[in-house]
Design a protein around this ligand. Structure first.
Ligand code: F3S
Length: 414
């Protein structure tokens, strides 16, 4: 790789051991992917901040970095941790787990990271601009930054992300290169699906597109319009079932004002048509449990926005969650703060819902709960919870999730 004089100095240890190690690792990464040079990044987002992911090895790595004086050199935010720092007791988190998560938190903050503990950093405190290069981990945040904002990041992984945060650089390859961002396969929605597209379909369409796109960049044509939250749900789902880090949605996302722009003038390698039948079939496949009693309803994956909090509060106002059901809403401290001010938290908690802040079902140890059947409006929870929590799962829309939480079962009352 061609390195600048400053990068060579870093590599020779002229700016301290942590920067030398970080640069060495990133140089190897660049060489493996044929990168010719490094580029500066505007921010980083780290994933190995939860004790569940980092474990004792992560504590050891971060301890050594801190002892050697490591500091991040660009704004760096954190993915969800493994505990709700305020309510861990309420979520039956083992004390030892809490202690170890606090150690990680302290170490990372000594390096200068911003303790956001959220998978939606793009809503606050780490908001990228169009065309900016980033070093982000967290598949749902990466796909959002690339596709919805038009920023540029590869799917970084644990520890590569902290290396990039320390030196403020990444090797120039993959999605940082504009030509590599062109669409490769065309996903055409039938007019019947397009005309009846609804909120509940976004995670389902993402789930299906993640499965059919393999390692190609999909261009979706036929989604009439989409909100930030709908794109967030769509992307998280697609990035969970597939290795997608970028999609284009024609007329919706910034690098796809039309089909020609999405494909950068090239022809699609493949065309796939998706109709209502495909959506219904995928929705059925997302359900490993279809009727009867359940024990938990979880929403807010990716972390709920203030608009989603408003929606939950409205649906729960004057109602009560069934006494045998847990209703959990995952979000971050910033949204929680605002939702408290706006009275949403009071309404949700009065109805018997719990707010889970700075973590989520997939990052928090939940074995003490013995959950068996989860209902969710998230494609990403649907995909991961059978493995992480070991529950059966029922996917449905947000309104239906809340209705089920109140009535206590899927299907008709008995
Ligand atoms: Fe975020 Fe957890 Fe979902 S990290 S995207 S709420 S699985």
């Amino acid at each position: 790789m061609r390195l600048t004089d400053e990068e060579k100095k870093i590599l020779q240890g002229g700016q301290g051991e942590p920067r030398r190690i970080a640069m060495k690792i990133l140089t190897h990464l660049g060489e493996a992917f044929g990168a010719e040079r490094m580029i500066p990044v505007a921010s980083a987002h780290l994933v190995a901040c939860s004790y569940q992911i980092a474990g004792e090895a992560g504590i050891e790595i971060y301890t050594r970095l801190v002892e050697q004086g490591a500091r991040v050199s660009v704004p760096t935010t954190l993915d969800p941790g493994s505990i709700d720092f305020e309510r861990w007791n309420e979520f039956k988190t083992p004390k030892e787990y809490v202690k170890r998560q606090i150690v990680i938190s302290e170490l990372l903050q000594k390096m200068g990271v911003i303790p956001t503990w959220s998978c939606t950093p793009y809503y606050f405190l780490n908001i990228p601009l169009f065309g900016q290069d980033l070093a982000w981990s967290e598949s749902s945040a990466v796909i959002f930054a690339n596709s919805v904002i038009g920023a540029r990041t590869n799917r970084m992984s644990a520890y590569l992300d902290i290396c990039a945060a320390i030196v403020g650089r990444v090797p120039y390859f993959g999605l940082h290169i504009p030509e590599n961002r062109k669409g490769e396969i065309l996903i055409e929605l039938t007019s019947e699906l397009s005309d009846h597209f609804s909120d509940v379909y976004f995670p389902v369409l993402g789930y299906l597109i993640g499965q059919v796109s393999e390692d190609k960049i999909p261009v979706i044509n036929g989604v009439p319009s989409a909100s930030f939250d709908q794109l967030k749900a769509f992307g998280a789902s697609a990035a969970a079932t597939g290795s997608i880090a970028l999609y284009h949605m024609v007329g919706v996302t910034p690098e796809a004002r039309n089909l020609n722009e999405a494909f950068q003038g090239a022809k699609p390698l493949k065309k796939i048509q998706i109709g209502i039948g495909d959506i219904q079939e995928t929705m059925e496949n997302m359900r490993t449990y279809t009727s009867g009693k359940i024990d938990i309803v979880a929403v807010g994956c990716p972390h709920a926005s203030i608009e989603q909090m408003r929606r939950y509060a409205k649906l729960l106002k004057g109602k009560h969650v069934h006494k045998e059901i847990e209703l959990w809403i995952c979000t971050n401290e910033v949204v929680e703060f605002m939702a408290k001010k706006m009275g949403y938290i009071k309404t949700i908690e009065k109805a018997g819902g719990r707010i889970m802040v700075g973590t989520c079902l997939n990052d928090c140890p939940l074995s003490k709960w013995n959950f068996c059947c989860l209902v969710t409006d998230s494609g990403k929870f649907t995909y991961y919870t059978p493995t992480t929590i070991g529950t059966k799962c029922y996917y449905t829309g947000t309104e239906e999730c809340i209705r089920i939480a109140i009535e206590g079962r899927i299907g008709e009352k008995q």
